[in-house]
Design a protein around this ligand. Structure first.
Ligand code: FAD
Ligand code: MLT
Ligand code: ZN
Length: 484
C-alpha cells in the first residue's frame, strides 16, 4: 500500500466491509451519500502529492452531524476503521486510508451557520472550503485568521484538525487561539457540543484544544466557530533579496522592530525555490531578475492607514538596504503584482510535486540554526537530489523539500533519521505545522517525551477505545524510543 509504510501490517482487529454495512449506510445517507464508484473512491484513496495510497472501497458523504454520529456509532460497534477526510490537501499521509478504512468525507457539510459582525465570529460546518469562508467574511469587513496555499481546497475542519499554521500565523497566531468553539462527534457517535462563541470561558478543562491538531484521531469535527480579525484597508507586499542567511535573520529582527504592529507576513525562500517556481509554474517570474541572489524574503504589512503604512515600509527598506541587509527589493504597485509575489511563495509546493518525488520535512528550529540543516543536507546528498529551503521564517518554521525524479531507499537513508536526529538535538519539532500522519507517527519521540506520548495514548484509549479513528497515524504502543 502506501509507499512509506510497507512495514505496517493491517490490524486484523478491524472488520472487513460487508454488503450489510453498505445497506446500513445507504439507509442513513441515501444513495448519494454512499460512494462505491471505483473512480471516485480512487481519488479519495490518494493524497495531494500522489505519495500515499490506500485501498478503501467506500467513501461516505454525510450531510449533517446526526449522520456523522450514526456512521461512527455503527463503525464503532462493527469495528470498522474510519479515515476522516476534509479537502485532502494534507502533506503527511494523514487524510487517506492505509488499507481498507472507510473514508468519511466532509464535503457535504459546507454551510455557514452564522456570522456575528459586531464581534467578528464565524460559525460554520467543518466542510467549508477556507477560500469560500475568506470571501464570505471579507464581504462583511473581516478576514480569516489563517491563510495557506491550499485555501482553494482545504476545509476549515481539516485546518482545525491539523492545527494548520500558514501565512498569517506571525500576525494572528495559532488556531488554538482563534478557534472559539467546536462541535465534535466522538468515536462512539456521541455528539460533543463545545460550540461556544465566547472569548473567555474558564469553566474547567478547555476540551476543544484536544481536537485542534489531533488529525482525526479523537473525533470528527463537524462545526467550528472562529474569531475573525477586522479587515484593514491597507496591505503592502515587498519582495526582497538577501546575499546570505544571516541577513535574512537580521532583517526579520529589524522588521519586527521597525514595522511592528503592521507586519503581517515574513516568508523566506532560497534561490532554488525561485528557480523551481519560475521554471514549473506558468506565468511565474522572478520579480528581481536583474541580479540573482541566494535568498529571497516576502514581507507583507497590513494596517489601517495607507500613507503611513507605505511610508513606514519604504523607510524600512531604505534603511535595510543602507545597512546591507537587503541586496535588492521591490514593493508591489498594485494587487496583481502583490498576488504575483505571493504566487511564487505559495507555488513552491505545487512546483515541487511536478519534479517527481518530494521528500518533505516541516521543522521548527531556532531561527539562528534554521538554514544549517539545508546546507548539511546538500552536502550529504550531493548531486543526487535538489534541496530547497523555504518557510515561515517569522515563526521559526523551515520547510525542507528534497526533490528527486523518483523515490528510492538510498536517498531516504541519507535523509532519515539524520534530519530527525538533527532537529531533536536542537530541541526543535519534527512537525511544525503539517502534523504526524502516516509519515511521522513513529517519529514522535524525536519531539515528545515518553511520558507525553504515554499520556497521548491514554487519551486516545479513553476517547476511542476500539481505535477506529484514523489508525496507523499515531505511534504504536510498542514503538521504540530512539536516542536523541
Ligand atoms: P485533509 O488533508 O483532508 O486532512 C488532514 C488531516 O485532518 C487528516 O488526518 C484527516 O483525517 C483530518 N481531518 C480532516 N477533516 C477532519 C474533520 N472534519 N474532523 C476530523 N479530522 C479531520 N499546512 C500548514 O499548516 N500551513 C501551510 O502553509 C500549508 N500550506 C499548504 C499548501 C499546499 C499547496 C498544500 C497542498 C498543503 C498545505 N498545508 C499547509 C497542509 C495542511 O495540513 C492542509 O492544507 C490543511 O490544513 C488540511 O486541510 P484539509 O481539509 O485538506 O484536510
Ligand atoms: C507552505 O508553507 O508552503 C506549506 O506548508 C506547504 C509546503 O511546504 O508544501
Ligand atoms: Zn507552511
Amino acid at each position: 500500500s502506501a509507499a512509506t509504510a510497507t512495514n505496517i501490517q493491517r490490524n486484523p482487529a478491524y472488520s472487513e466491509l460487508s454488503s450489510d454495512d453498505v445497506s446500513y449506510f445507504k439507509s442513513v445517507l441515501g444513495e448519494t451519500g454512499v460512494v462505491l464508484d471505483a473512480d471516485r473512491v480512487a481519488v479519495a484513496n490518494v493524497d495531494w502529492m500522489g505519495k500515499y495510497r490506500g485501498a478503501s472501497q467506500l467513501l461516505l458523504l454525510p450531510k449533517s452531524t446526526a449522520e456523522v454520529s450514526k456512521i461512527l456509532s455503527y463503525c464503532n460497534t462493527r469495528r470498522l476503521a474510519v479515515v476522516p477526510q476534509g479537502g485532502n490537501t494534507g502533506l503527511v499521509g494523514g487524510s487517506v486510508p492505509v488499507y481498507d478504512e472507510v473514508i468519511v468525507g466532509l464535503t457535504g457539510m459546507d454551510k455557514i451557520i452564522s456570522f456575528d459582525n459586531v464581534n467578528g465570529i464565524l460559525t460554520c460546518e467543518a466542510g467549508c472550503v477556507l477560500e469560500n469562508l475568506s470571501t464570505f467574511v471579507e464581504n462583511e469587513g473581516f478576514i480569516m485568521p489563517l491563510d495557506l496555499g491550499a485555501k482553494g481546497s482545504c476545509h476549515i475542519g481539516g485546518n482545525v484538525s491539523t492545527n494548520a499554521g500558514g501565512l498569517r500565523f506571525i500576525r494572528y497566531g495559532s488556531l488554538h487561539g482563534n478557534v472559539l468553539g467546536l462541535e465534535v462527534v466522538l468515536a462512539d457517535g456521541t455528539i460533543l457540543d463545545m460550540l461556544t462563541t465566547l472569548r473567555k470561558d474558564n469553566t474547567g478543562y478547555d476540551l476543544k484544544h484536544l481536537f485542534i491538531g489531533s488529525e482525526g484521531s479523537l473525533g470528527i469535527v463537524t462545526k467550528v466557530s472562529v474569531l475573525t480579525p477586522a479587515k484593514l484597508p491597507s496591505t503592502n507586499v515587498a519582495f526582497l533579496s538577501c546575499n546570505d542567511y544571516t541577513s535574512c535573520q537580521k532583517l526579520l529582527l529589524a522588521a519586527r522592530r521597525s514595522l511592528g504592529e503592521i507586519l503581517s507576513a515574513f516568508e523566506f525562500m532560497d534561490h532554488h525555490c525561485i528557480d523551481l517556481a519560475t521554471s514549473h509554474l506558468e506565468g511565474v517570474q522572478n520579480p528581481l531578475p536583474a541580479s540573482p541572489h541566494k535568498f529571497y524574503v516576502l514581507i507583507e504589512t497590513t494596517g489601517s492607514d495607507e500613507s503611513y503604512d507605505k511610508t513606514k515600509l519604504e523607510a524600512f527598506l531604505l534603511r535595510s538596504m543602507e545597512d546591507g541587509l537587503v541586496a535588492d527589493g521591490v514593493i508591489a504597485q498594485d494587487i496583481s503584482q502583490a498576488s504575483n509575489f505571493w504566487r511564487i511563495r505559495e507555488g513552491i509546493s505545487e512546483a515541487s510535486v511536478k519534479v517527481g518525488a518530494v521528500y518533505k520535512y516541516d521543522l521548527s528550529i531556532p531561527v539562528e540554526k534554521l538554514y544549517d540543516i539545508v546546507e548539511e543536507m546538500r552536502c550529504r546528498l550531493g548531486d543526487s537530489a535538489e534541496v530547497l529551503g523555504y518557510g515561515h521564517l517569522g515563526d521559526g518554521n523551515l520547510h525542507l523539500n528534497i526533490l528527486s525524479n523518483k523515490y528510492d531507499d538510498n536517498t531516504l537513508a541519507k535523509i532519515e533519521p539524520f534530519v530527525y536526529e538533527w532537529t531533536s538535538a536542537q530541541r526543535g519539532s519534527i512537525s511544525a505545522e503539517h502534523g504526524l500522519g502516516l509519515m511521522k507517527a513513529e517519529k514522535i519521540h524525536y519531539s515528545k517525551s515518553p511520558e507525553a506520548v504515554q499520556l497521548m495514548a491514554s487519551i486516545k484509549k479513553l476517547l476511542d477505545p476500539n481505535s477506529i479513528l484514523n489508525p496507523y497515524k499515531l505511534p504504536s504502543p510498542s514503538s521504540s524510543v530512539p536516542c536523541n
